[in-house]
Design a protein around this ligand. Structure first.
Ligand code: EPU
Length: 419
Protein backbone atom coordinates (compact mmCIF):
# COMPACT_ATOMS: atom_id res chain seq x y z
CA UNK A 1 0.00 0.00 0.00
CA UNK A 2 1.26 3.49 -0.87
CA UNK A 3 2.42 5.86 1.87
CA UNK A 4 3.16 9.56 2.00
CA UNK A 5 6.32 10.95 3.55
CA UNK A 6 6.18 14.61 4.53
CA UNK A 7 9.00 16.72 5.96
CA UNK A 8 7.26 19.44 7.92
CA UNK A 9 8.15 23.06 8.48
CA UNK A 10 8.07 24.77 5.08
CA UNK A 11 5.68 27.69 4.57
CA UNK A 12 3.72 27.10 1.36
CA UNK A 13 3.88 29.76 -1.30
CA UNK A 14 2.35 29.95 -4.78
CA UNK A 15 -0.68 29.07 -6.88
CA UNK A 16 -2.66 25.87 -7.13
CA UNK A 17 -5.28 24.97 -9.71
CA UNK A 18 -8.47 23.48 -8.27
CA UNK A 19 -10.00 20.40 -9.89
CA UNK A 20 -13.63 19.65 -10.65
CA UNK A 21 -15.74 18.78 -7.61
CA UNK A 22 -15.84 15.09 -6.67
CA UNK A 23 -19.24 15.39 -5.00
CA UNK A 24 -20.71 17.10 -8.07
CA UNK A 25 -19.05 14.81 -10.63
CA UNK A 26 -20.38 11.64 -8.96
CA UNK A 27 -24.12 12.54 -9.06
CA UNK A 28 -23.70 14.07 -12.53
CA UNK A 29 -22.14 10.85 -13.86
CA UNK A 30 -24.99 8.88 -12.25
CA UNK A 31 -27.42 11.38 -13.79
CA UNK A 32 -26.20 10.58 -17.31
CA UNK A 33 -28.23 7.34 -16.95
CA UNK A 34 -31.37 9.45 -17.34
CA UNK A 35 -30.60 10.65 -20.87
CA UNK A 36 -31.89 9.04 -24.05
CA UNK A 37 -28.88 10.37 -25.98
CA UNK A 38 -25.10 10.58 -25.36
CA UNK A 39 -23.95 13.10 -22.74
CA UNK A 40 -20.49 14.69 -22.40
CA UNK A 41 -19.18 15.80 -19.00
CA UNK A 42 -16.05 17.95 -18.68
CA UNK A 43 -13.83 19.08 -15.78
CA UNK A 44 -14.22 15.64 -14.24
CA UNK A 45 -11.53 15.13 -11.58
CA UNK A 46 -9.14 12.22 -11.99
CA UNK A 47 -9.95 10.40 -8.75
CA UNK A 48 -10.47 6.86 -7.54
CA UNK A 49 -14.16 7.51 -6.76
CA UNK A 50 -14.75 8.78 -10.29
CA UNK A 51 -13.05 5.67 -11.69
CA UNK A 52 -15.34 3.55 -9.51
CA UNK A 53 -18.45 5.37 -10.81
CA UNK A 54 -17.26 4.90 -14.41
CA UNK A 55 -16.63 1.20 -13.73
CA UNK A 56 -20.11 0.91 -12.25
CA UNK A 57 -21.67 2.41 -15.39
CA UNK A 58 -19.53 0.11 -17.55
CA UNK A 59 -20.67 -3.00 -15.62
CA UNK A 60 -24.25 -2.06 -16.44
CA UNK A 61 -23.45 -2.19 -20.14
CA UNK A 62 -23.39 1.59 -20.52
CA UNK A 63 -20.87 2.90 -23.08
CA UNK A 64 -18.37 5.23 -21.42
CA UNK A 65 -15.38 6.86 -23.09
CA UNK A 66 -12.83 8.99 -21.28
CA UNK A 67 -10.28 11.14 -23.11
CA UNK A 68 -6.91 12.27 -21.78
CA UNK A 69 -8.44 15.53 -20.46
CA UNK A 70 -10.99 13.56 -18.40
CA UNK A 71 -13.82 14.56 -20.69
CA UNK A 72 -16.28 11.71 -20.11
CA UNK A 73 -18.87 10.69 -22.67
CA UNK A 74 -21.67 8.42 -21.60
CA UNK A 75 -24.27 6.66 -23.73
CA UNK A 76 -26.77 4.91 -21.47
CA UNK A 77 -28.82 3.49 -24.34
CA UNK A 78 -26.71 0.34 -24.27
CA UNK A 79 -27.62 -0.45 -20.63
CA UNK A 80 -28.22 -4.19 -20.17
CA UNK A 81 -28.41 -4.76 -16.40
CA UNK A 82 -29.57 -2.24 -13.83
CA UNK A 83 -27.42 -3.58 -11.01
CA UNK A 84 -24.94 -1.92 -8.63
CA UNK A 85 -23.08 -4.87 -7.12
CA UNK A 86 -21.85 -5.07 -3.51
CA UNK A 87 -18.20 -5.29 -4.53
CA UNK A 88 -18.36 -1.76 -5.98
CA UNK A 89 -20.86 -0.20 -3.57
CA UNK A 90 -18.79 -1.29 -0.57
CA UNK A 91 -15.82 0.67 -1.95
CA UNK A 92 -17.91 3.79 -2.64
CA UNK A 93 -21.16 4.68 -0.90
CA UNK A 94 -21.98 7.28 -3.56
CA UNK A 95 -22.88 4.31 -5.82
CA UNK A 96 -26.34 4.69 -4.23
CA UNK A 97 -26.75 7.65 -6.61
CA UNK A 98 -27.61 5.30 -9.48
CA UNK A 99 -30.77 4.12 -7.67
CA UNK A 100 -33.03 7.05 -8.60
CA UNK A 101 -31.87 7.40 -12.22
CA UNK A 102 -32.06 3.65 -12.97
CA UNK A 103 -35.54 3.36 -11.55
CA UNK A 104 -36.83 6.46 -13.33
CA UNK A 105 -35.37 5.61 -16.71
CA UNK A 106 -35.42 1.80 -16.85
CA UNK A 107 -38.13 0.94 -14.30
CA UNK A 108 -35.83 -1.21 -12.19
CA UNK A 109 -32.74 -1.05 -10.02
CA UNK A 110 -30.91 -3.55 -7.84
CA UNK A 111 -28.46 -1.60 -5.72
CA UNK A 112 -26.46 -3.12 -2.89
CA UNK A 113 -27.08 -1.55 0.51
CA UNK A 114 -23.97 0.45 1.41
CA UNK A 115 -23.70 -0.67 5.07
CA UNK A 116 -21.79 1.23 7.74
CA UNK A 117 -18.70 3.32 7.16
CA UNK A 118 -15.75 4.85 8.98
CA UNK A 119 -17.50 8.14 9.78
CA UNK A 120 -20.94 6.94 10.87
CA UNK A 121 -23.94 4.69 10.23
CA UNK A 122 -25.08 6.61 7.14
CA UNK A 123 -28.43 4.94 6.41
CA UNK A 124 -30.28 5.44 3.09
CA UNK A 125 -33.83 5.23 4.48
CA UNK A 126 -34.75 8.68 3.16
CA UNK A 127 -33.74 7.75 -0.41
CA UNK A 128 -35.87 4.59 -0.18
CA UNK A 129 -38.91 6.19 1.49
CA UNK A 130 -38.95 9.00 -1.10
CA UNK A 131 -38.96 6.58 -4.03
CA UNK A 132 -41.72 4.52 -2.37
CA UNK A 133 -43.81 7.68 -2.01
CA UNK A 134 -43.33 8.15 -5.76
CA UNK A 135 -44.87 4.73 -6.36
CA UNK A 136 -41.85 2.42 -6.43
CA UNK A 137 -42.12 -1.12 -5.08
CA UNK A 138 -39.03 -1.65 -2.96
CA UNK A 139 -37.83 -4.78 -1.19
CA UNK A 140 -34.64 -5.24 0.77
CA UNK A 141 -33.38 -8.72 -0.10
CA UNK A 142 -29.99 -10.36 0.37
CA UNK A 143 -28.38 -7.02 1.15
CA UNK A 144 -29.80 -5.38 -1.96
CA UNK A 145 -32.37 -2.66 -2.51
CA UNK A 146 -34.58 -4.13 -5.23
CA UNK A 147 -36.71 -1.37 -6.69
CA UNK A 148 -39.36 -1.61 -9.42
CA UNK A 149 -41.74 0.93 -10.95
CA UNK A 150 -43.63 1.37 -14.20
CA UNK A 151 -43.48 5.15 -14.21
CA UNK A 152 -42.74 7.03 -11.01
CA UNK A 153 -45.37 9.54 -9.93
CA UNK A 154 -44.66 13.04 -8.72
CA UNK A 155 -45.13 13.50 -4.97
CA UNK A 156 -44.64 16.02 -2.18
CA UNK A 157 -41.73 14.75 -0.10
CA UNK A 158 -40.68 16.26 3.22
CA UNK A 159 -37.20 14.94 3.94
CA UNK A 160 -36.71 13.97 7.60
CA UNK A 161 -33.07 15.04 7.65
CA UNK A 162 -31.16 17.26 5.28
CA UNK A 163 -29.39 14.74 3.06
CA UNK A 164 -27.20 15.63 0.10
CA UNK A 165 -27.23 12.39 -1.90
CA UNK A 166 -30.83 11.75 -0.78
CA UNK A 167 -31.92 15.08 -2.29
CA UNK A 168 -29.90 14.29 -5.43
CA UNK A 169 -31.33 10.79 -5.87
CA UNK A 170 -34.92 11.98 -5.49
CA UNK A 171 -34.40 15.04 -7.69
CA UNK A 172 -33.00 12.80 -10.46
CA UNK A 173 -35.83 10.29 -10.11
CA UNK A 174 -38.40 13.10 -10.29
CA UNK A 175 -37.12 14.46 -13.62
CA UNK A 176 -38.80 11.60 -15.51
CA UNK A 177 -41.76 11.07 -13.17
CA UNK A 178 -45.36 11.66 -14.12
CA UNK A 179 -46.33 15.07 -12.70
CA UNK A 180 -44.80 17.41 -10.15
CA UNK A 181 -42.50 16.53 -7.26
CA UNK A 182 -41.81 18.94 -4.43
CA UNK A 183 -38.79 18.25 -2.21
CA UNK A 184 -39.11 20.04 1.13
CA UNK A 185 -36.18 20.33 3.55
CA UNK A 186 -33.92 19.71 0.56
CA UNK A 187 -30.12 20.02 0.83
CA UNK A 188 -28.86 23.39 -0.41
CA UNK A 189 -25.27 22.35 -1.15
CA UNK A 190 -23.65 23.79 -4.30
CA UNK A 191 -23.27 20.20 -5.58
CA UNK A 192 -27.08 19.86 -5.59
CA UNK A 193 -27.27 23.06 -7.65
CA UNK A 194 -24.62 21.80 -10.09
CA UNK A 195 -26.53 18.56 -10.56
CA UNK A 196 -29.79 20.50 -11.10
CA UNK A 197 -28.13 22.68 -13.74
CA UNK A 198 -26.77 19.59 -15.45
CA UNK A 199 -30.24 17.99 -15.49
CA UNK A 200 -31.76 21.24 -16.78
CA UNK A 201 -29.19 21.22 -19.62
CA UNK A 202 -30.67 17.83 -20.62
CA UNK A 203 -34.20 19.26 -20.64
CA UNK A 204 -35.30 18.65 -17.05
CA UNK A 205 -37.71 21.13 -15.44
CA UNK A 206 -36.34 22.04 -12.03
CA UNK A 207 -36.83 25.17 -9.89
CA UNK A 208 -35.50 26.10 -6.49
CA UNK A 209 -32.22 24.15 -6.35
CA UNK A 210 -30.05 25.91 -3.77
CA UNK A 211 -33.07 26.54 -1.54
CA UNK A 212 -34.75 24.07 0.79
CA UNK A 213 -37.69 23.61 -1.60
CA UNK A 214 -37.01 22.09 -5.00
CA UNK A 215 -39.84 21.70 -7.50
CA UNK A 216 -39.46 19.25 -10.36
CA UNK A 217 -41.96 18.87 -13.20
CA UNK A 218 -41.48 15.49 -14.79
CA UNK A 219 -40.82 15.25 -18.54
CA UNK A 220 -41.12 12.13 -20.78
CA UNK A 221 -37.43 12.07 -21.77
CA UNK A 222 -34.11 13.87 -21.34
CA UNK A 223 -31.85 14.65 -24.28
CA UNK A 224 -28.07 14.77 -24.71
CA UNK A 225 -25.94 17.63 -23.36
CA UNK A 226 -22.44 18.91 -22.74
CA UNK A 227 -21.68 20.04 -19.21
CA UNK A 228 -18.70 21.18 -17.10
CA UNK A 229 -18.47 20.18 -13.45
CA UNK A 230 -18.05 23.05 -10.96
CA UNK A 231 -14.80 23.50 -8.97
CA UNK A 232 -14.26 21.52 -5.77
CA UNK A 233 -14.97 23.75 -2.77
CA UNK A 234 -13.55 21.22 -0.30
CA UNK A 235 -10.29 20.82 -2.23
CA UNK A 236 -10.14 24.63 -2.34
CA UNK A 237 -10.66 24.90 1.40
CA UNK A 238 -8.04 22.23 2.07
CA UNK A 239 -5.33 24.15 0.14
CA UNK A 240 -6.32 27.38 1.87
CA UNK A 241 -5.84 25.70 5.24
CA UNK A 242 -2.49 24.37 3.96
CA UNK A 243 -1.46 27.98 3.35
CA UNK A 244 -2.72 29.08 6.77
CA UNK A 245 -1.29 26.22 8.82
CA UNK A 246 2.20 26.62 7.36
CA UNK A 247 2.22 30.41 7.78
CA UNK A 248 2.41 30.82 4.02
CA UNK A 249 0.63 32.46 1.13
CA UNK A 250 -1.44 30.42 -1.30
CA UNK A 251 -3.67 31.36 -4.20
CA UNK A 252 -6.29 28.82 -5.33
CA UNK A 253 -7.19 29.23 -9.00
CA UNK A 254 -10.24 28.10 -11.01
CA UNK A 255 -12.48 28.07 -7.98
CA UNK A 256 -15.76 29.58 -6.73
CA UNK A 257 -15.26 31.89 -3.71
CA UNK A 258 -19.04 32.21 -3.29
CA UNK A 259 -19.20 28.50 -2.33
CA UNK A 260 -16.85 28.98 0.62
CA UNK A 261 -18.38 31.81 2.67
CA UNK A 262 -18.41 29.91 6.00
CA UNK A 263 -14.90 28.56 5.47
CA UNK A 264 -13.42 31.92 4.49
CA UNK A 265 -15.05 33.58 7.51
CA UNK A 266 -13.36 31.04 9.79
CA UNK A 267 -9.99 31.54 8.10
CA UNK A 268 -10.31 35.29 8.70
CA UNK A 269 -11.26 34.61 12.31
CA UNK A 270 -8.06 32.54 12.54
CA UNK A 271 -6.15 35.67 11.55
CA UNK A 272 -5.55 35.07 7.84
CA UNK A 273 -5.78 37.79 5.21
CA UNK A 274 -8.22 36.53 2.60
CA UNK A 275 -8.73 38.22 -0.76
CA UNK A 276 -11.06 36.88 -3.45
CA UNK A 277 -11.51 37.49 -7.17
CA UNK A 278 -14.10 36.12 -9.56
CA UNK A 279 -12.48 32.66 -9.69
CA UNK A 280 -9.60 32.77 -7.22
CA UNK A 281 -8.94 33.05 -3.50
CA UNK A 282 -5.74 34.27 -1.92
CA UNK A 283 -4.77 33.49 1.67
CA UNK A 284 -1.87 35.11 3.49
CA UNK A 285 -0.76 34.01 6.96
CA UNK A 286 2.91 34.95 6.71
CA UNK A 287 4.64 35.80 9.97
CA UNK A 288 1.65 34.92 12.15
CA UNK A 289 0.47 32.07 14.32
CA UNK A 290 -3.18 31.15 13.66
CA UNK A 291 -5.74 31.92 16.38
CA UNK A 292 -8.01 29.14 17.64
CA UNK A 293 -11.50 29.15 16.12
CA UNK A 294 -14.60 27.39 17.44
CA UNK A 295 -16.79 25.69 14.89
CA UNK A 296 -19.90 23.61 14.50
CA UNK A 297 -20.62 21.63 11.35
CA UNK A 298 -24.07 21.84 9.76
CA UNK A 299 -25.66 21.59 6.30
CA UNK A 300 -24.79 24.28 3.71
CA UNK A 301 -24.50 27.26 3.91
CA UNK A 302 -23.11 26.60 7.42
CA UNK A 303 -19.65 25.18 8.05
CA UNK A 304 -19.15 21.89 6.10
CA UNK A 305 -18.40 18.61 7.85
CA UNK A 306 -15.99 17.90 4.98
CA UNK A 307 -13.74 20.76 6.27
CA UNK A 308 -13.95 19.85 9.97
CA UNK A 309 -10.83 17.66 10.08
CA UNK A 310 -8.70 20.24 8.25
CA UNK A 311 -9.70 22.98 10.73
CA UNK A 312 -8.99 20.58 13.59
CA UNK A 313 -5.43 20.33 12.22
CA UNK A 314 -5.20 24.13 12.08
CA UNK A 315 -6.44 24.43 15.66
CA UNK A 316 -3.84 21.96 16.96
CA UNK A 317 -1.12 24.59 16.47
CA UNK A 318 -3.25 27.71 16.94
CA UNK A 319 -3.02 30.15 19.81
CA UNK A 320 -5.77 29.30 22.32
CA UNK A 321 -8.38 26.65 23.02
CA UNK A 322 -11.09 25.73 20.52
CA UNK A 323 -14.25 23.66 20.50
CA UNK A 324 -15.31 21.71 17.44
CA UNK A 325 -18.81 20.24 17.33
CA UNK A 326 -19.60 17.67 14.64
CA UNK A 327 -23.36 17.46 14.05
CA UNK A 328 -23.56 15.54 10.75
CA UNK A 329 -21.65 12.28 11.30
CA UNK A 330 -21.43 10.60 14.69
CA UNK A 331 -17.97 9.08 14.28
CA UNK A 332 -16.01 11.67 12.35
CA UNK A 333 -13.21 12.22 14.88
CA UNK A 334 -10.76 9.40 14.06
CA UNK A 335 -8.19 11.95 12.86
CA UNK A 336 -8.18 13.51 16.34
CA UNK A 337 -6.71 10.32 17.78
CA UNK A 338 -4.01 10.23 15.10
CA UNK A 339 -3.20 13.92 15.64
CA UNK A 340 -2.62 13.18 19.30
CA UNK A 341 0.20 10.92 18.12
CA UNK A 342 1.76 14.04 16.60
CA UNK A 343 1.61 15.80 19.97
CA UNK A 344 -1.75 17.56 19.61
CA UNK A 345 -3.68 18.20 22.83
CA UNK A 346 -7.23 17.08 22.12
CA UNK A 347 -10.02 16.00 24.45
CA UNK A 348 -13.09 14.26 23.05
CA UNK A 349 -16.54 14.41 24.64
CA UNK A 350 -19.15 12.77 22.43
CA UNK A 351 -19.50 14.88 19.31
CA UNK A 352 -17.30 17.66 20.71
CA UNK A 353 -13.53 18.01 20.48
CA UNK A 354 -11.69 20.48 22.67
CA UNK A 355 -8.32 21.38 21.22
CA UNK A 356 -5.62 23.26 23.09
CA UNK A 357 -3.19 24.66 20.57
CA UNK A 358 0.47 23.72 21.04
CA UNK A 359 3.38 25.67 19.54
CA UNK A 360 4.73 22.69 17.59
CA UNK A 361 3.71 19.19 16.44
CA UNK A 362 6.25 16.37 16.13
CA UNK A 363 6.39 13.88 13.29
CA UNK A 364 5.17 10.31 13.81
CA UNK A 365 3.76 7.47 11.73
CA UNK A 366 -0.01 7.93 11.40
CA UNK A 367 -2.84 6.18 9.62
CA UNK A 368 -5.52 7.65 7.38
CA UNK A 369 -9.04 6.42 8.18
CA UNK A 370 -11.22 8.28 5.70
CA UNK A 371 -10.85 10.86 2.99
CA UNK A 372 -11.00 14.13 4.95
CA UNK A 373 -9.16 12.59 7.91
CA UNK A 374 -6.28 11.82 5.54
CA UNK A 375 -6.27 15.40 4.32
CA UNK A 376 -6.04 16.65 7.89
CA UNK A 377 -3.09 14.37 8.59
CA UNK A 378 -1.30 15.69 5.52
CA UNK A 379 -1.89 19.23 6.81
CA UNK A 380 -0.58 18.29 10.24
CA UNK A 381 2.43 16.64 8.59
CA UNK A 382 3.22 19.88 6.75
CA UNK A 383 4.02 21.57 10.06
CA UNK A 384 5.19 18.70 12.26
CA UNK A 385 8.88 18.71 13.10
CA UNK A 386 10.58 15.82 11.27
CA UNK A 387 9.22 13.27 8.80
CA UNK A 388 5.58 12.23 9.12
CA UNK A 389 4.63 8.95 7.47
CA UNK A 390 1.00 8.54 6.50
CA UNK A 391 -0.29 5.04 5.80
CA UNK A 392 -3.45 3.95 3.95
CA UNK A 393 -3.42 6.96 1.68
CA UNK A 394 -5.72 5.20 -0.78
CA UNK A 395 -8.35 7.18 1.10
CA UNK A 396 -6.83 10.44 -0.08
CA UNK A 397 -6.69 9.27 -3.71
CA UNK A 398 -10.48 8.93 -3.58
CA UNK A 399 -10.92 12.67 -3.33
CA UNK A 400 -7.76 14.72 -3.97
CA UNK A 401 -6.37 14.83 -7.48
CA UNK A 402 -2.55 14.73 -7.63
CA UNK A 403 -2.13 15.95 -4.06
CA UNK A 404 1.65 15.40 -3.91
CA UNK A 405 2.21 17.30 -7.15
CA UNK A 406 -0.03 20.16 -6.08
CA UNK A 407 1.58 20.46 -2.65
CA UNK A 408 5.11 20.09 -4.09
CA UNK A 409 4.25 22.90 -6.51
CA UNK A 410 3.60 25.08 -3.44
CA UNK A 411 6.98 24.16 -1.96
CA UNK A 412 6.05 21.28 0.36
CA UNK A 413 8.43 18.39 0.85
CA UNK A 414 6.11 15.45 0.18
CA UNK A 415 6.81 12.11 -1.44
CA UNK A 416 4.69 9.09 -2.30
CA UNK A 417 6.28 5.79 -1.43
CA UNK A 418 4.75 3.18 -3.70
CA UNK A 419 4.33 -0.09 -1.85
N1 EPU B 1 -29.10 10.33 6.68
C1 EPU B 1 -30.10 9.56 7.15
N2 EPU B 1 -30.88 8.87 6.23
C2 EPU B 1 -30.66 8.94 4.90
C3 EPU B 1 -29.63 9.76 4.42
C4 EPU B 1 -28.85 10.45 5.34
O1 EPU B 1 -30.33 9.45 8.35
O2 EPU B 1 -31.39 8.29 4.13
C5 EPU B 1 -28.24 11.09 7.63
C6 EPU B 1 -26.79 10.63 7.60
O3 EPU B 1 -26.55 9.49 8.38
C7 EPU B 1 -26.07 11.86 8.12
C8 EPU B 1 -26.94 13.01 7.59
O4 EPU B 1 -28.18 12.42 7.23
O5 EPU B 1 -26.09 11.88 9.53
C9 EPU B 1 -26.37 13.74 6.40
O6 EPU B 1 -25.82 12.83 5.47
P1 EPU B 1 -25.95 13.05 3.90
O7 EPU B 1 -26.95 12.09 3.37
O8 EPU B 1 -26.13 14.49 3.59
O9 EPU B 1 -24.51 12.58 3.41
P2 EPU B 1 -24.20 11.90 2.03
O10 EPU B 1 -25.15 12.41 1.02
O11 EPU B 1 -24.09 10.44 2.22
C10 EPU B 1 -22.57 13.73 1.13
C11 EPU B 1 -21.15 13.77 0.67
C12 EPU B 1 -20.24 13.63 1.88
C13 EPU B 1 -20.54 14.77 2.85
C14 EPU B 1 -22.02 14.75 3.23
C15 EPU B 1 -22.43 15.90 4.12
C16 EPU B 1 -21.29 12.90 -1.58
C17 EPU B 1 -20.98 11.82 -2.54
N3 EPU B 1 -20.93 12.71 -0.31
O12 EPU B 1 -22.76 12.45 1.74
O13 EPU B 1 -18.90 13.73 1.41
O14 EPU B 1 -19.75 14.64 4.00
O15 EPU B 1 -22.82 14.80 2.04
O16 EPU B 1 -22.16 17.11 3.51
O17 EPU B 1 -21.82 13.94 -1.96
C18 EPU B 1 -16.58 13.38 1.44
O18 EPU B 1 -16.51 13.91 0.31
O19 EPU B 1 -15.55 13.11 2.12
C19 EPU B 1 -17.88 13.02 1.99
C20 EPU B 1 -18.03 12.14 2.98
Amino acid sequence: MDKLHIEGGRPLEGEVRISGAKNAALPILAGTLLASEPVAVGNVPHLQDVTTMIELLGRMGVTVTVDERMQVEVDARSLTNAVAPYELVKTMRASILVLGPLLARFGQADVSLPGGCAIGARPVNIHVAGLQAMGAEIAIENGYIRARANRLRGARLVLDTVTVTGTENLMMAATLADGQTVLENAAREPEVVDLAEFLISMGAKIRGAGTDKIIIDGVPRLHGAQYRVQPDRIETGTYLVAGAITGGRVRTLNTRPDHLDAVLAKLQEAGADVVTGVDWIDIDMRGRRPKSTDLRTAPYPAFPTDMQAQFAALNTIADGVSTIIETIFENRFMHMLEMRRLGAEIRLEGNTAIIKGVPQLQAAPVMATDLRASASLVLAGLIAQGRTEIERIYHIDRGYEAIEEKLSGLGASIRRIVG
